[in-house]
Design a protein around this ligand. Structure first.
Ligand code: PGA
Length: 260
């Protein structure tokens, strides 16, 4: 990792009811108060129904944690039963929104067009969009991963006004690494983050921020952050326990302090 400030996002997925969520944030917040990670930005992406309580505790305890959502609808309001809009999230102090996570793309049919539309609606209201891209194993095995991921990225950014570039973070999350216990190697992460940065620069992004996600834990986070040019992590399973998530934050923070 170079001297860019790391960002680590916990993606809780469909886990933790609001009581469990409060408990986890409280534990994490206390760990962060006792030993702050001064150089690392921390976000938790909670289920919609947890946002209000998590937002309140972050606010009242002044925890150094920003709030994220895992998905949002691209429309502002209207007949979209079961959906949530960016303005609703904004009212709950949500500053970050995951856009196009592979679980949304694969299981809930989020097309490239909808991903692009959603990304535009998120940044338009001033929220940070974390655009997720990544290939399936079969694509990597046929050596198409670079072309596939580059195309996914370009398609998601189509029609985006340059003034919103600073609000976009990209997360490289190969599907074969998500929830499998098999993380991408430092070499694979370096190859893909370099590619994503090149594409982003070609689209006039001046300081692209690229994360890695897929079976990140405290041990591999320390290695990946040391050996690859990644700006931080999107963490699923290991974000569900305060200690394991905090260990990842610490690994990033320690590495930043050395490399800066
Ligand atoms: P994982 O999930 O860390 O459990 O592999 C990552 C993600 O899906 O964002």
């Amino acid at each position: 990792m170079n001297a860019r400030r790391p960002l680590v996002i916990g993606n809780w997925k469909m886990n933790l009811d609001f009581v469990e969520a409060l408990h986890l944030v409280q534990q994490l917040g206390v760990l962060l108060k006792n030993r702050p990670v001064e150089h690392t930005d921390v976000v938790v992406a909670a289920p919609f129904v947890d946002l209000r309580s998590v937002s309140s505790i972050i606010d009242s305890e002044r925890f150094a944690i920003a709030l994220g959502a895992q998905h949002v609808n691209s429309q502002e309001n209207g007949p979209h039963t079961g959906e949530i809009s960016t303005s609703m999230l904004k009212r709950l102090n949500v500053e970050w929104v995951l856009v196009g996570h592979s679980e949304r793309r694969v299981h809930y049919f989020m097309s490239d067009e909808i991903v692009a539309e959603t990304l535009r609606s998120v940044v338009r209201v001033g929220q940070h969009a974390v655009l997720c891209v990544g290939e399936e194993l079969s694509i990597r095995e046929s050596d198409q991963h670079e072309a596939f991921v580059a195309a996914q990225l370009k398609s998601a950014l189509r029609g985006l006004d340059e003034k919103f570039h600073a609000l976009v973070t990209v997360a490289y999350e190969p599907l074969w690494a998500i929830g499998t216990g098999v993380n991408a190697t430092s070499a694979q992460v370096s190859e893909m983050t370099a590619l994503l940065r090149t594409v982003l620069r070609s689209l006039s992004f001046t300081s692209p921020q690229v994360l890695y996600g897929g079976s990140v834990n405290a041990e591999n986070a320390a290695l990946l952050v040391r050996e690859s040019d990644v700006d931080g992590f999107l963490v699923g399973g290991a974000s569900l326990k305060a200690e394991s998530f905090y260990a990842i934050l610490q690994a990033c923070d320690d590495c930043y302090a050395i490399k800066r």
